[in-house]
Design a protein around this ligand. Structure first.
Ligand code: NAD
Ligand code: ISD
Length: 432
């Protein structure tokens, strides 16, 4: 059992840790002052690749190609980078208890790591169907996707399925569902997506937006089964063969890939930091990303932070927030005059030859559609209290996406007649 101590410790080796490390280095943190601890066997990488290019049949993304911070326009930081900078990146190290009062972490093998300042970046984990007690959910061949180890299992299962029925079932119609279904289809698998809502990506897409993407999927031969959930799974010799839906229908496949949401990993801090029991959940932080303990900061998927522009508390499970909040927390630690985190919500996805971006918020808004889906370029403005609070664009150029960002930042008044906003479309944004 070893004991070590550092000035700064980042707990969690997701995207955020790579960006925090870069910021610490840029601010002159010396050798031996920083440790990063992760249970994953890899140093920080750009997680968005896993549901996209990692699954491609040709020229797939593989490590070390997508180590942080390449996704954010920085240098690739492979393990050697951390060694050179004197950062102790402890991979394959699981922390099983934290004592915030004693400023000490303990690993599963009993090693202790002490800190002066801690950044918690423990991220989120998939919601498992076993959590709901779904019968058969522990069969082999049922996969979740969060990390490289998960993605490697899926890649191996794709190869295996090609020697069997060549069929895959995707459970969930959100980000993971849509992106991995596209990847499985690119691999030549016969894919069915099962999801409870009326249409894909219901938390963002209106029916009009979803209709465009749903046609793309069905034209590719992907079967959509809306309004349905997996009631149980059946298998042979411990291997899944069938998803039994609530409707009673049965879907046969070699692979079941589940993407039904994520939960923040906050358990280590229960009773020690202020946690939010109700939505959005997570660890409560202030504008400096500081938790209820002044020496502990929280960033990325787990941080419930004040969204300054909208006057609400939010968690943002998105890589852009992981990157920016990590940098902001380091700045807050190193410079007490650092102001409040002022994040603009942003999401994007890429499937087949398509790509969309959303700036701002869409919750509790009136959507106003614009453009022509037949040209593969269209968008939606999200209006609340007479102001445009969010802007979505499919097929936009960099300049057009920048205009959408400008709309979300400026929150301009919408024309009284929202049909007018729809007819103006992109030109509304270009006049700002
Ligand atoms: P999600 O919230 O995007 O989608 C969850 C989906 O689960 C819902 O749309 C719904 O269709 C479905 N669902 C819920 N309960 C179900 C049930 N019992 N049976 C069947 N379907 C059910 O979450 P996700 O797709 O699992 O993604 C997990 C995390 O990964 C999120 O944090 C997400 O932001 C992140 N992610 C983001 C991107 C991106 O931003 N492009 C890509 C991949 C993953
Ligand atoms: O953009 C993304 C993406 O593809 C993800 O998987 O953000 C998520 C992050 O992993 C959530 O932090």
């Amino acid at each position: 059992m070893a004991a070590s101590s550092y000035k700064y410790v980042v707990l969690g080796g997701g995207n955020a840790s790579g960006y925090a490390a870069r910021e610490f280095v840029q601010r002159g943190v010396g050798k031996g002052e920083l440790a990063i601890i992760t249970e994953e066997p890899y140093v920080a990488y750009e997680r968005p690749a896993l549901s996209k290019a990692y699954l491609f049949p040709e020229s797939p993304a593989r490590l070390p190609g997508f180590h942080a911070t390449v996704g954010g326009g920085g240098d690739k930081q492979p393990p050697e980078w951390y060694d050179e900078k004197g950062i102790d990146y402890k991979t394959s190290t699981k922390i099983t208890s934290v004592d915030v009062a004693a400023k000490k972490l303990t690993s599963e093998i009993g090693d202790t790591i002490s800190y002066e300042k801690l950044i918690v970046a423990t991220g989120a984990r998939p919601i498992y169907l076993t959590d709901f007690g779904t019968q058969g959910a522990d069969l082999q061949g049922i996969f979740y996707l969060r990390n490289v180890v998960d993605a490697d299992k899926i890649v191996a299962a794709i190869a295996d399925a090609k020697t069997k029925s060549n069929k895959a079932t995707v459970i969930g119609g959100g980000y993971i569902g849509m992106e991995t279904a596209a990847g499985l289809n690119k691999n030549g698998l016969d894919v069915t997506i099962v999801f409870p809502e009326k249409h894909l990506m219901e938390r963002l897409f209106t029916a009009e937006m979803a209709a465009f993407y749903e046609k793309v999927y069905t034209d590719k031969g992907i079967k959509l089964m809306p309004g349905n959930i997996a009631a149980s799974f059946e298998g042979t010799n411990g291997q899944v063969t069938t998803t039994v839906l609530k409707s009673g229908e049965k879907v046969e496949s070699d692979i079941v890939l589940v993407g039904v949401g994520a939960r923040p990993n906050v358990e280590l801090f229960k009773g020690q930091l202020e946690l939010l029991e109700e939505r959005p959940g997570g660890i409560k932080v202030d504008g400096n990303l500081r938790t209820s303990n002044p020496d502990v900061y929280a960033v990325g998927d787990i941080a419930a932070f004040p969204l300054k522009k909208y006057g609400i508390t939010t968690r943002q499970e998105h890589v852009a927030n992981c990157r920016a909040s990590a940098v902001h927390a380091v700045q807050s630690i190193m410079d007490p005059s650092t102001g409040d985190y002022d994040y603009l919500p942003y999401f994007y996805s890429r499937i087949f030859d398509l790509g969309w971006q959303l700036y701002g918020i869409n919750e509790n808004t009136t959507p106003v559609f614009f453009g022509d889906p037949s040209t593969k370029k269209f968008g939606t403005y999200f209006v609340r209290d007479g102001k445009v609070m969010g802007a979505f664009l499919e097929g936009g150029s960099n300049e057009e996406n920048a205009l959408m960002k400008k709309v979300a930042v400026e929150q301009p008044p919408a024309p009284a007649d929202l049909n007018e906003l729809g007819s103006q479309g992109l030109s509304f944004a270009s006049k700002l």
